[in-house]
Ligand binder design. Structure first.
Ligand code: ADP
Ligand code: MG
Length: 478
């Protein structure tokens, strides 16, 4: 039987406000436990929540970026459940009237692009954290995270592979970082996702029963977790079983999912409008202001790079994944506009590899855009070959010295002097009569031998184009 995979994602984005969504406690990550939780966050009786304007604005920014309907009035609701890290006994969220309504997002895949529907995005408060590691036989509770603003972005069940889900998640990640509404730090949990997964026989119209994999916080894990869950579901069904709607946890250590709890019905939460909070009203003026200030978004920038510089989609996407990397590229291209394609190659290749190896972000690159521009200039003006540039780059990275200084110190300038090169060509031809004969009698491959010899004699510094031209002129077949 052929199976079709259906995936819908719920992405939780921590908004990067200074203070919490309903209190003035700080949101900074990593403080000592329970030092950033005030009376509102720990749910003491008699306190009232006050909505953080910045969180609302950030939600609106996201909505505008995905062409969504922005609700002129939205409502906060209480989602009632008991959990030790949520001392109020309910979470303030939005239910019937979320701030962001239907929108959409286009993802780019090898096979082409696909538009995924966004069902809604709503504001809510994060819960605290249960700490299991430092306590024997007990659980610690840290309420620093309680009340941190979250934007939960819910997709339609319209993705049909783990790859699509990852592409969608990456796109959202890129957008929230462009908008600077979240730091997107996945290790710290600022960007995490629940994946709803089901399968159905190919061609079937109704959806299969889904499971929900909770709290995936890396692109690699989400792909692996979904693939595993799909396999598991197919196995269960093909061996005569039935999928139970439940929440599952992905265990990265043994690369599998296991049940966490069976799914509560939505109405078990007994949502009702929070009587402590007024409806959120979005004025036309705010909407207009957000629209006017929208930055150039990643997909628009990707298109621009493809059009203006002839870059391949993948490269353009890699460059525009963050504003920082696009800005780096732009800064180098401004200096050496004729080398845009080459620069893209370097940024996506050598630089990306080095950054990854040293675990640095592009803003921390030891070779900054200005230094890189000089290196690209030296290739463009023929001072060094592309091959030598690789060595110069390694030296620049290690010593933070400029390209010009390294070329000077190590005497790496290309030999482009025709007289000098011609003399060498004559010598190579004279020293290797056997190869000359072979070449002249039709063995094209031997040409490479001569080029190699010349490069050897000049320690790779001969201008390769000139060497080729001079050799061709010298070794003329009748
Ligand atoms: P809940 O809030 O209880 O998790 P929702 O109905 O809001 O449930 O759905 C949450 C997510 O699950 C959405 O992203 C939706 O697209 C997705 N989803 C719903 N049904 C299915 C299904 N049968 N298979 C895969 N994903 C689904
Ligand atoms: Mg859910």
């Amino acid at each position: 039987m052929n199976w079709e995979v259906v995936i819908g994602l719920e992405i939780h984005v921590q908004l990067n406000t200074q203070s919490k969504i309903f209190s003035s406690a700080a949101t900074a990550y990593g403080a000592d436990a329970n030092t950033q939780a005030c009376a509102v966050d720990i749910g003491l009786p008699g306190v009232l929540p006050v909505l953080n304007k910045a969180a609302v604005r950030k939600a609106v920014q996201f909505g505008v970026a995905v062409d969504a309907e922005i609700a002129s009035q939205s409502v906060f609701a209480r989602k009632n459940y008991f959990y030790p890290d949520s001392p109020k006994g309910y979470q303030i969220s939005q239910f019937e009237l979320p701030i962001v309504g239907k929108g959409e997002l286009t993802i780019d895949l090898e096979e082409g692009s696909k538009t995924i529907g966004i069902t809604r995005a709503h504001l809510e408060e994060d819960a605290g954290k249960s700490l299991h590691e430092d306590f024997v036989g007990m659980t610690g509770i840290d309420l620093n995270r309680a009340g941190t603003p979250l934007l939960e972005i819910v997709s339609e069940p319209e993705m049909s592979s783990a790859k699509e889900a990852v592409a969608y998640m990456r796109k959202i990640h890129s957008i929230v970082r462009y908008l600077q509404i979240s730091d997107g730090n996945m290790q710290e949990g600022s960007f995490r996702c629940d994946a709803n997964v089901s399968v159905r026989p190919a061609g079937e119209k109704t959806l299969g029963t889904r499971t929900e994999i909770k709290n995936l916080n890396s692109f690699r894990f989400i792909e692996r977790a979904i693939n595993h869950e799909v396999e598991r579901q197919i196995d269960v069904i093909e061996s005569g079983g039935r999928i139970v709607q439940e929440t599952r946890l992905y265990d990265a250590d043994d690369d599998s999912t296991r049940p966490m709890r069976s799914k509560e019905e939505a109405n078990d939460y007994r949502y009702f409008p929070d009587p402590d909070l007024l409806p959120v009203v979005i004025e036309e003026a705010l909407l207009a202001e957000v629209k006017a200030q929208m930055p150039e978004l990643p997909h628009v920038r990707t298109l621009r790079y493809q059009d203006s510089y002839g870059l391949a989609l993948e490269e353009a996407q890699q460059l525009t994944v963050s504003q920082e990397s696009a800005a780096y590229f732009d800064a180098v291209v401004t200096v050496v506009p004729e080398s845009a394609k080459l620069i893209a190659n370097w940024v996506c290749g050598d630089i990306a590899a080095k950054l990854k190896q040293d675990e640095l972000s592009i803003e921390q690159s030891p070779v900054n855009a200005e230094a890189m521009a000089q290196l690209m200039q030296r290739i463009a003006d023929g001072t060094i070959s592309g091959k030598t540039a690789k060595d110069v780059f390694q030296a620049m990275w290690a010593s933070q010295t400029s390209a010009d200084d390294i070329i000077q110190q190590q005497g790496l300038q290309q030999i482009s002097d025709v007289g000098e090169l011609e003399a060498l060509v004559v010598q190579v031809v004279e020293d290797n009569p056997k190869q000359v004969e072979q070449y002249l009698s039709g063995k094209d491959k031997v040409f490479g031998f001569f080029v190699g010899k010349l490069m050897q004699m000049t320690k790779g510094k001969a201008n390769p184009q000139q060497v080729t031209d001079l050799l061709k002129a010298k070794l003329v077949r009748d």
